[in-house]
Ligand binder design. Structure first.
Ligand SMILES: CC(C)(COP(=O)(O)OP(=O)(O)OC[C@H]1O[C@@H](n2cnc3c(N)ncnc32)[C@H](O)[C@@H]1OP(=O)(O)O)[C@@H](O)C(=O)NCCC(=O)NCCS
Length: 198
């Protein structure tokens, strides 16, 4: 039997190009609320209409999950001022079944610059190297083409369509399920110089 890996107590900070993945903070609530209340950000998702207290609960829940050794979300912040502009990470996970559900969102002014692709690549690299999950999947509304393109470019494969899978602000919607296996992710990674010498 595979030994249980050490569970992370907190996510690491990972520098990207112009931004960073870092733990969420209670002080991020204002910035998170400011962009999640923008209907453009949530219109193709199953996110509920948010309120300021709801956002605080979301952050506390995420921090609690990391503290319990569970996978959860990172904040995405600009390197220049550490201001929160997005989140990326896991909305659900199963340690028993070794899968995690990827979720991401970004303030609209930062779309279209390749930022979330970097964030997803960094999250996958850290998570698969932790040896806690063998599979990452994401559910994406069938009309959310931006998210689909991002998942496809990140190596995810469309596994099927789930009819009326989630109710989005009162209306049922079909969702695609996209999955990525750890073995397929590992096979697609360039061989590192230090590994090739072994
Ligand atoms: C989905 C979402 C996270 C995508 O964020 P993003 O940062 O724009 O995504 P990417 O990193 O894939 O950026 C890719 C886009 O940047 C462009 N781009 C510009 N410079 C780039 C660079 N240096 N590298 C890569 N892409 C670059 C690409 O051409 C691409 O444009 P396209 O999507 O029109 O083809 C964002 O649109 C969002 O928050 N949407 C609302 C919430 C949501 O739907 N969440 C998902 C629920 S499942």
């Amino acid at each position: 039997m595979r030994p249980m890996p050490d569970k992370p107590q907190y996510p690491p900070t990972i520098e990207l190009d112009g931004a960073r993945l870092r733990p969420l903070r209670v002080a991020d609530a204002g910035a998170l609320y400011a962009y999640l209340r923008d209907p453009v950000v949530t219109e193709l998702t199953s996110y509920p209409v948010v309120s300021a207290p709801m956002v605080e609960v979301m952050i506390e829940r995420s921090l609690g999950r990391w503290a319990a050794g569970e996978l959860s979300k990172w904040g995405i912040a600009l390197q220049r001022d550490d201001q929160l502009i997005g989140t990326c990470g896991f909305s659900e996970w199963s340690g028993v079944h070794r899968w995690a559900e990827l979720a991401f969102d970004l303030a609209q002014p930062h779309w279209g610059k390749g930022l979330m692709r970097q964030a997803v690549a960094a999250v996958l690299q850290w998570t698969f190297r932790q040896d806690q999950v063998d599979r990452v999947h994401a559910f994406v509304r069938i009309d959310n083409r931006r998210s689909e393109r991002l998942l496809q470019r990140s190596g995810f494969v469309r596994e099927g369509c789930l009819k009326s899978f989630r109710v989005c602000r009162g209306q049922p919607h079909d969702f695609y399920i996209y999955g990525l296996l750890r073995s397929d992710w590992a096979a697609a990674q360039p061989v590192r110089a230090d590994e090739s010498r072994r």
